[in-house]
Design a binder for this molecule. Structure first.
Ligand SMILES: [Zn+2]
Length: 214
């Protein structure tokens, strides 16, 4: 089965994808990971990607498309996370693969801000904590190494609002593009710490109702 997953920053796309991967036979493919892998393996495309990343430039659409196609071309079962981000990428994806469904993580802005602004990172070892889900034993001190925990600028409420706006501006046209073409599975989350397994159950139930899984 070929699935796409969409959701704003902080909606848990990575977490959901890996839980879905555990339940049905699909491979979680995150675009960020594909890039890192291509760069590490030093493939022809990977070397090109690295040039852009090293300069701090955005990887151009055409190259992103090639890297994704290279990764997906022989796969029949995946859940794709982080792509397509534009309508042009969506059209490109459809030119070489048939998608079965699109999962939308529908989370309120309030929840995203609550979740992301609770995130803390260790200055020393990079360990990630969340005051809501996995708080450190002592406030603002890393359990692993005793380092000081800090909040990334990206996780401050004003910046989170900007990140949500960017997602909405970029992704809504992509969702509009797929609407009516492939089945949508919409998962509504209205609690900041909603039990993840229950949410995944609900996604599975919807896939079953649409006869996509047995
Ligand atoms: Zn630490």
């Amino acid at each position: 089965m070929k699935l796409l997953i969409f959701g704003p920053p902080g909606s848990g796309k990575g977490t959901y994808s890996s839980r879905i991967e555990d339940r049905i036979d699909v491979e979680h493919i995150a675009t960020g990971d594909i890039f890192r892998e291509a760069v590490k393996k030093e493939t022809k495309l990977g070397r090109k990607v690295k040039e852009y990343l090293d300069r701090g430039d955005l990887v151009p659409d055409e190259l992103v498309n090639k890297v994704v196609r290279e990764k997906l071309k022989e796969k029949d079962d995946f859940i794709l996370d982080g792509y397509p981000r534009t309508v042009d990428q969506a059209k490109f994806l459809e030119s070489f693969t048939d998608l079965d469904a699109l999962i939308v993580l529908d989370v309120t802005d309030e929840i995203i801000i609550k979740r992301l602004s609770s995130r803390r990172i260790c200055r020393e070892c990079g360990e990630v904590y969340n005051k809501l889900f996995n708080p450190p034993e002592r406030d603002d001190i890393c359990d692993e190494c005793g380092g000081e925990l800090y909040q990334r600028d990206d996780d401050k409420p004003d910046v989170i609002k900007d990140r949500i706006n960017t997602y909405e501006n970029r992704s809504e046209p992509v969702l509009d593009y797929f609407e009516g073409g492939i089945p949508f599975v919409v998962n509504k989350c209205r609690e900041a710490n909603a039990p993840i397994e229950e949410m995944v159950d609900s996604i599975m139930e919807q896939l079953r109702k649409k006869n996509l899984i047995s």
